[in-house]
Design a protein around this ligand. Sequence first.
Ligand code: ZN
Length: 350
Amino acid sequence: MSDLTARLVYRRYLSLLGAKTKDSFENDIVSRLTYALREKTEHTLPVKLSRVSEQFLIDPVPTTAVGPSGGTITFNCNRKRFVITLYGLNADQYDDIGPKSKLRFNYAHEVAHRFFFIEQNEGWVRAIHEAITRLDGPQRINALTTLTHHEEMICNNVARRVLIPDDVLLNTIAPGLMIELGANRKQFFDALSKFADMLVVSRECLLLRLKNAIVKGTIMAPTHRVLFLVEPSTSCDKARRMKGELHLRVPLFPTTLFSQALRPVFPGMNFSEFGRPADEIVRDLMFSTSPSGAVKLPMHFAFKGSADGSGLTMNFRGWWHKLPSARNKHAKLVFWGLLQNPATAVAGLR
Ligand SMILES: [Zn+2]
C-alpha cells in the first residue's frame, strides 16, 4: 500500500469517526465516559462502567462465552443494543491479581470499542470496515491491520484511563508511589498493590498508567529513577522472539544521562540489550524461589545514533518483586530503583 493510500484511508477513518486526531478521539471517549460516571456514581471506587453503559446503548450485563482471552462487542439489530461478550477466563489468562481485574479491564476495553461504531440505516457498523470498502486484496488487509492496531491501542488506553481516573491518579496514587520511588524503598510494591486492590486493576495496568502519565509529563518522577517489568517469551511469536528470551515491558527510563541522549528503550525490547550481566542476573531471579528482594544490576545504555552500541554502563540499585500470577512458569518481574554513577564507559558491550 502506498503511503498516500494509507494516509487517505486513515483520514477517511478519522473523518467517519468525527475525529481530528487519534489522541483527540481518545480524550473524547475518556471525557464522555468519565462525565457519565461522575453524574451517576460520584467518586466511588472501584469504577463501575456497567452503571453508565446503558447511556451509550450498551447492554450493561455482558454475556460470557468460551474463547480466547478478551472479548467482542457487536450491535444487535433486534434489541437495538450493543452486546459485549467476555470470554470465560481460564487460570492461564488471569492477570496478576486474579480474574476479576482482567474481566473488568476487558469490559472497559469493549466499551471503548463501542465509540468506533457509526450509525447507518438504523443500525451501527464499524467505522473501520467503512473506511476500507474501496480497497481490495492485500491493500485491504494491510489497511485493516493498521487501523485495527490503532483502535486496539486506543481502547487499551481508554480502559486504563477510565478505570484509573485522572483525579485519583494525580491526587492519591502518584504522590503515594512517587514518595516510595524517590526514597528507593521496598515498600513501593506494597503501595502499588494497595492501590491496585482499591481500583480492582492489575498491578501491571496501574504501572502502565503511571508510566504513560510520567512520559506525558502529567506526573513528575524523581531524577534517575527507573521502573520496568521483565517477562520471558513463551514461544517463537510474530515479533520473532525466541523462547526463553527476556523482554522489557512498561519501561520507564531516562532519555538522557549526563546530557547525552540515549537510544530509546521500548516495550518488547530484548533485555539482553542492557548487556549480558544484567540479563543473567534477571534470569536467575526469575527462577529463584524467593518472591522479592534487593538487586544491583549493571545496565548498559547505548548513546543515540551510535552504530556500535557504545554508551554508558550504569548501576541500577533497587528492588524486584514477582508479579503473582496463575501462570507461574511465565512470571513477570517488576523492578524499581535508581541509576547510579557509571561503572564504566565502554564501546559495543554486546
Ligand atoms: Zn479490542
